[in-house]
Design a protein around this ligand. Sequence first.
Ligand code: SF4
Length: 301
Amino acid sequence: MPAMDTPAAGDPVQKTAPSQSSGTPPQPDPPVARPGGRRHIALSPSRASDFKQCPLLYRFRAVDRIPETPSTAQARGTLVHAALERLYTLPAAERVQERAAGLLEPAWEDMVAGQPELAELVGPEDRARFLDEARALIAGYYTMEDPTRFEPDACEQRVETRLGDGTPLRGFIDRIDVAPTGQVRVVDYKTGRLPWGPGKATALFQMKFYALALLRDRGILPTQLRLMYLKSGEDLVYEPTEAELDRFERTVSALWQAIRTAGSTGDFRPTPSKLCDWCDHKALCPAFDGTPPPYPGWPGE
Ligand code: SF4
């Protein structure tokens, strides 16, 4: 992206889900609640992906809100996000790698204080290795950009809006950079592998979703969206056009209508796939001889 006072694409850096096509399990949103909490049901990239994968999975997560056991990878992703968010509260000159790595341990202690089950997920015998792996992701981040050289416009931004037909969108953007020219870049950190195949389509969906949400919420067409894969130092970059986002808006609206139709009837059908191996709700799934809880009804928007 030209004129942005940050390293360009090709600078050597995942937050939530690794690729569904990379052999690693898909992961829902990070296990630690983000600021603000949920006020009403809305469409996010993760929940859109859930419904496309399996409507019943969507129901369990978005409607029943059945708790899931966080994975170590999710906890590590949340931790790295927390450390990077704290990093940008420091003066630019202090944002060196050692300082960023030093933010991990206190951030982990805060996470465990807020969610004590994390202490069981990462026991005392695993803690050192867990933190080392998080440090490696921070090191990967520093191969991609130098945070002492720029000031982000915003970190951990909640974006919430409605499309023209009332479709509610919600998401959290890791970082927004604004160049002196006014060009806007949206950055999302990923702690899993660079996706390919269907996983890449999911990543592209996420980027378009954020671009559309910003465009409709704030009237801003981002110049660039960048997913930074901290593990491998690779990135995915997308430069949207308004015409493309107009088309994408119709796709998102159609998806929300399908969700609302299922919501009004309670007909969320299970769609078994190889991803079921990583589903927390298999025991409740009719595709695996389980019985879902009674449908609680659509929670409202
Ligand atoms: S086990 Fe598979 S089919 Fe059943 S809810 Fe989970 S993802 Fe859907």
